[in-house]
Ligand binder design. Structure first.
Ligand code: ADP
Length: 367
């Protein structure tokens, strides 16, 4: 019988609520006690009423709600050893011996660190008289399982992160709306989409909305003079009768020399070289909002159930794991490897090995 803390951390993502619901209900079904930890790692550091036992009805209605009802935060203190030590003390005080973290790359890196340092923290707390010898013996380890909540789909080792599908849905709806007005006025639109250093949302949005041109970090334009190629492509489709031009640019897009490519610069090129009436739309936070799409509800529920099982299967020396999905199967893999693999994307881009970056991002289907 485990006492399981659940927190959502970092950037919010549609599907976090369904994750929390699945974990709470599976925990209760498996005779464990689930605890909400509010406001991500901030709640862990603050303790007190930020940690509260959850019951079955506390998560009623969570399946269809966007955002995260237990709150999320970016917590500076947790980046410091002292902050994490406070978190350890609060977990022990509440009798929590397992933790499920729902968040992105940063949050999961923090979780891995917490686990690696755990014995050292417990020893120090015992030495300072803040926990008893019995408690130090009882809480000699902390089970940790991560779930990837991120609209960016930027974690290697999983085909889809929770929230990415809903964000893509929102982008497609927004671009469809833009296209109807663009078509009426024969305008060009440059649409910037989120994703941080990942181009998955932009790539999939471009395919799904029939964009004329796309810029993503993992596959920069092949030529240095990409402006001329872009203009040629856009002009060809206008010449063939298309009334609009649509360029999608990922917020982290770069050129071959790793310099950023920004929406305003693309607009300037289209206006001056082609004379198109060009507008820029930065979709912004609309992409993170609203109800989770069906797929995110499904993925969260299946993965939440697996997260709980992974906690129950774990032995005291089992390293933290992360729940993912590969080729339509729910997976449990070592968290450390997933984080390291994700780090390799940045290294591949830095080394201009763009093929490898596409593979690691689960985007090689677009090659
Ligand atoms: P995301 O989880 O969406 O990638 P962040 O990168 O902002 O978002 O991380 C969320 C929180 O996770 C941070 O505010 C911090 O509290 C914690 N965190 C991130 N990176 C680390 C790290 N290297 N060590 C400890 N904690 C971290």
């Amino acid at each position: 019988r485990k006492n399981i803390g659940i927190l959502t951390s970092g950037g919010d993502a549609q599907g976090m609520n369904p994750c929390v619901r699945a974990v709470v209900r599976m925990a209760i079904a498996r005779s464990c006690r689930p605890f909400f930890i509010y406001e991500g790692y901030q709640g862990l550091v603050d303790g007190g009423d930020k940690i509260k036992e959850a019951n079955w009805t506390d998560v009623s209605g969570f399946l269809t709600l966007g955002g995260t009802m237990i709150g999320t935060a970016r917590c500076k203190e947790f980046r410091e050893l002292e902050g994490r030590r406070k978190g350890v003390l609060n977990l022990i005080k509440h009798g929590i011996d397992a933790l499920i973290v729902i968040g992105g790359d940063g949050s999961l890196t923090g979780a891995d660190r917490l686990r690696a340092e755990w014995p050292e923290h417990v020893q120090a707390l015992e030495k300072d008289g803040l926990v008893s010898k019995e408690a130090a013996d009882k809480y000699h380890t902390l089970m940790i399982v991560g779930m990837v909540g991120s609209i960016d789909n930027d974690l290697a080792s999983t085909d889809m992160t929770i929230g990415a599908c809903s964000a893509l849905e929102r982008i497609c709806e927004s671009v469809d709306v833009i296209l109807s007005t663009a078509m009426s006025h024969q305008r060009a639109f440059v649409v910037e989409v989120m994703g941080r250093h990942c181009g998955w949302l932009a790539l999939n949005a471009a395919i799904s909305t029939g964009a004329d041109y796309l810029f993503i970090p993992e596959a920069p334009p092949k030529k240095d003079d990409w402006e001329a190629s872009m203009c040629k492509t856009l002009k060809a489709s206008r010449d063939a009768g298309k009334r609009t031009s649509l360029v999608i640019v990922a917020e982290g897009a770069i050129d071959r020399n790793l310099n950023p490519i920004k929406a305003d610069y693309i607009k300037e090129i289209l206006s001056t070289r082609l004379g198109y009436d060009t507008r820029v739309t930065i979709l912004g936070h609309v992409q993170r909002g609203g109800a989770p799409a069906h797929f995110d509800r499904f993925l969260s529920t299946m993965q939440g159930a697996e997260a709980l099982e992974a906690i129950l299967r774990a032995k005291p020396d089992t390293p933290p794991s992360v729940i993912g999905m590969l080729e339509n199967k729910i997976t449990t893999q070592p968290l450390k490897e997933a984080i390291e693999l994700t780090g390799q994307v940045a290294q591949a881009i830095e080394a201009k090995d763009f093929r490898r970056a596409m593979e690691l991002r689960s985007m090689s289907f677009a090659k």
